[in-house]
Every structure is written in C-alpha cells, then in structure tokens.
Design a protein around this ligand. Structure first.
Ligand SMILES: N[C@@H](CCC(=O)N[C@@H](CS)C(=O)NCC(=O)O)C(=O)O
Length: 243
C-alpha cells in the first residue's frame, strides 16, 4: 500500500494521476498547507523541504518501507516500480528524464511564480508588474518550446509518459494565467488528449473538496504560506511539536 501525502495542487496532481494511471492502490493523507501541516515534525521527517507531495511505500525495495519526496523523484520511483510510463530501454528512458527535468526545473517553477503573481502578490503592497511580466514571458517561452517539440511527436518524449503527467497539471490554469492556448496549437492538441484520459480526470478529482487556493485564499493561509524563511520554519515546527 502507498500512502500519498497530498494537497490538490499541480504538484499533488502529478502523483494522483500517476497512481491512477498505473492502477496502484493508495491512501490519501491530506496535507492542509494553509493550516501549516507541512511544518509538522513528523511530516518534516519524510519531507525535509516542507513541501508535498510525498509517498510512503510499505512495499519498497527489498520489501522494506521507503518514503520519497520531490514529485519528479516520486514519478521515477513509481515508473520503475511498475514498469509503466517510464521506458526500460536507455535510449527512450533518457528522453523521458530530459523532459521530466525540464518540467521540474523550468515549467513548474515558472508557472508557480506566474500563479504567485496573479493570485497572491496583489495581497501584498508594492508594484509587482515587472515580476509578473518576467514570469509570464518565461511561461510563454516554455509553452513555445513545448509547441515546437509537439509538432514532431504526440507526447513530450515520444510515448505518453511520466514527463507528460508532470507537465499537464501546470497547463490546467492557463486561463487564469491569461494564456491563449489556441495560439499553441500542438500544446492545445496534447492538452485536450491528456485531459480526456479517465485516469487523469480521476487523479485531478482527488481531494477536490479541499481546493481552497488561488484568489480566494484566506488571510490566515496567506500568512502561513508566504514569507517563509529558515527561522520561521523552525519556529512553526516547534509550535506544531507543542500542539
Ligand atoms: N519541487 C517540489 C515542489 C513541491 C511544492 O512546491 N509543493 C507545494 C504545493 S504545489 C507545497 O507543498 N507548498 C507548501 C508551502 O509552500 O509551504 C516537487 O516537485 O515536489
């Protein structure tokens, strides 16, 4: 059995989608990010970066329990475990790794910053227009890169893989990011195709009752989520320990 520490956000969806696609049994352990569950000392033991998703697999390598944090590492772990959506041959495998790392180091962080400046920065004083434009341009550039490669092949690395599962959730909010997806015709085709997969729809629905992010975020959650630094994290973890 796999325990999935999860909140319904793009990084969480990557893993719920993969678990559904691979038909692995799993139990969701909700992580309430707005309430600061990510600072609980027991959570920090399996996720020292105070971020979800994390999995704990009771049937890990050599039958021993293992925990894995970082969505890219989790996707590779699950791909290796099941032999699904992560090719066995070196040549195909490295293509998937390329696009997975492209998502982890580029598309995800840039889209995450666009989301920050569209949804959350307006709650804080100051002129954020330069930063918002900077990240929107970079997101647009990355969509252009995707569009170019998807001209030549159906999915990012050839066959449908964990690289597509990692990237798809970061396109779902394109309307809120004021992106005209139809101007990236290959991304649009890829997006619609992935969206129509039953396992993707099921994965995206996991925990949907707890979707409380975006523009409607509470003042309390804003305080918990933003302005974190090394000292505040320590303080939060200590507070949770006392509770
Ligand atoms: N690089 C990490 C990023 C994970 C991440 O940023 N998760 C966010 C939600 S999408 C989170 O847990 N945020 C908690 C916080 O900001 O305190 C991964 O790919 O797993």
């Amino acid at each position: 059995m796999i325990d999935l520490y999860y909140a319904p956000t793009p990084n969480g969806w990557k893993i719920s989608i993969m678990l559904e696609e691979a038909e692995l049994p799993y139990k969701v352990i909700p992580v309430n990010l707005g309430a600061g569950d990510q600072f609980r000392p027991e959570f920090l033991k399996i996720s020292p970066n105070n971020r979800m998703p994390v999995i704990v697999d009771t049937d890990g390598p050599q039958g021993e329990q293992i925990s894995v944090f970082e969505s890219g590492a989790i996707l590779m772990y699950l791909g290796e475990k099941t032999g699904k959506f992560f090719p066995q041959t070196d040549k195909e495998r490295i293509k998937v790794i390329e696009w997975l790392f492209w998502q982890i180091g580029g598309l995800g962080p840039m889209a995450g910053q666009v989301s920050h400046f569209v949804n959350y920065a307006p709650n804080f004083p100051g002129d954020h227009s330069y930063s918002e434009k900077r990240y929107k341009n970079e997101y647009d550039r990355l969509l252009g890169v995707m569009d170019m490669v998807l001209e030549e092949r159906e999915f990012l690395a050839g066959e449908y893989s964990i690289a597509d599962m990692a990237s798809f959730p970061w396109i779902t909010a394109y309307k809120r990011y004021e992106v005209d997806l139809d101007s990236f015709k290959n991304v649009r085709r890829w997006f619609d195709e992935i969206k129509s997969r039953p396992a993707v729809r099921k994965g995206m629905d996991v925990g949907k009752e707890n979707r409380n992010f975006g523009k409607g975020i509470s003042k309390e959650s804003l305080k918990t989520m933003f302005g974190q630094d090394s000292k505040s994290i320590k303080k939060e973890a200590e507070k949770k320990l006392k509770k």
